[in-house]
Design a binder for this molecule. Structure first.
Ligand code: TYM
Length: 332
């Protein structure tokens, strides 16, 4: 059976980008056709300036939202990264096959390091080594597939390189995984800056739809989305990124193809109105279930406890094998 692993970082409130780019597929496809693990990758949230209480709160919130969106603990494993030591154990070994140059070429590292420096902060070493920990997340479980949005493609490519290199040097140890992406909405853009990704750690609130936004807030954000001075609705990501983004969001929410939707709209206003209503409808059941789950934190705890236990059992043999393969004397 195919094994799937994916993760989400508790650095901010989850967004429509996280939902359409990743979470919805985990719920609708991956958990049904594969042995799937979904992880709230809290260690990754420590790579930039962070508030400890906020990370803890967001970790819980992300877990609750994953379940609210429809991940079923009977079908898949939902857990918190820091509850399973295998991730950091393996990460160190992979640091011993990865190179400094490889890390510095990562687009997200360059962008985030530049942002930290602009803010006058210093760049944590863990920001540089972040993709190695991500590779460890994936390789520890022998995942065949990694369902992610476009922005994670380079990190999954690196994971493949590290797996192949390790296997060649030390003997076959890891499955070489591949990224899978959604057909539409693999990169949902910021509504106010449609040439940048809608990211949960960004500051631009009005350009980001959060999964827990009230319907009225969603409506306002989408109605105020930046488009351009044209009038006709065409799907062109280069020339009309704002309109293309709305068409993608609408297509992802209602099903179908963004290009086919163009003919149905004579104005941007009508497109925005339908997009807002479609997003509100998609979020409504998730928000309702989230309210129920918030009233039952013991259930969420129990899911995370059982998930971590299952994950530990799955990761241990591969990580132990990697320790032996690389030349470490097993504990006596
Ligand atoms: P993170 O937390 O930034 O995002 C979680 C998932 O959501 C997708 N995503 C988007 N998709 C479309 N449009 C957007 N605007 C958008 N924003 C986010 C991401 O591509 C991702 O699939 N490094 C990862 C977390 C991670 C991970 C892993 C993922 C750590 N270890 C192992 C897979 C496997 C990250 O920061 O995702």
């Amino acid at each position: 059976m195919t094994r799937v692993f994916s993760g989400i970082k508790p650095t901010g409130h989850l967004t429509l980008g996280n939902y359409l780019g990743a979470l919805r597929r985990w719920v609708e496809v991956d958990q049904h056709r594969s042995e799937a693990l979904f992880c709230i990758v809290d260690l990754h949230a420590l790579t930039v300036d962070h508030d400890p209480a906020r990370v803890r709160r967001l970790t819980r919130q992300a877990a609750t939202l994953l379940l609210a969106a429809g991940l079923d603990p009977e079908r898949c494993t939902v857990f918190v990264q820091s509850h399973v030591d295998e991730h950091t154990r393996l990460s160190y070994l992979l640091e011993c096959v990865a190179t400094d140059g490889e890390m510095r070429r990562m687009i997200q590292y360059k962008e985030k390091a530049a942002r930290e420096q602009r803010r006058g902060g210093s760049v944590r070493l863990s920001l540089l080594t972040y993709p190695v920990l991500m590779a460890a997340d994936i390789l520890a479980y022998g995942a065949d597939e990694v369902p992610v949005g476009d922005d994670q493609a380079q990190h999954v490519e690196l994971t493949r390189d590290l797996a192949v290199r390790f296997n060649q040097r030390y003997g076959h140890t890891f499955v070489v995984p591949k990224a899978t992406r959604p057909k539409v909405a693999a990169r949902v853009m910021n509504l106010q800056e449609p040439t940048s990704k809608m990211g949960k750690s960004d500051d631009s609130g009005p350009g980001i739809v959060y999964l827990l936004d009230e319907p009225e807030t969603v409506r306002k954000k989408i109605m105020r989305a930046v488009t351009d001075s044209g009038r006709d609705v065409v799907y062109d990501r280069e020339e009309r990124p704002g309109v293309a983004n709305l068409l993608e969001i609408l297509a992802a929410c209602r099903g179908g193809d963004p290009e086919d939707l163009c003919g149905a709209y004579a104005s941007y206003g009508a497109l925005k109105k339908d997009t807002a209503e479609a997003v509100i409808e998609v979020l409504r059941p998730v928000q309702a279930r989230h309210r129920e789950l918030c009233a039952d934190p013991a259930y969420v705890d129990a899911v995370l406890r059982a998930g971590a236990e299952r994950a530990r059992k799955m990761a241990r043999p591969t990580v132990d094998a990697a320790y032996r393969a690389i030349g470490l004397l097993p504990a006596l």
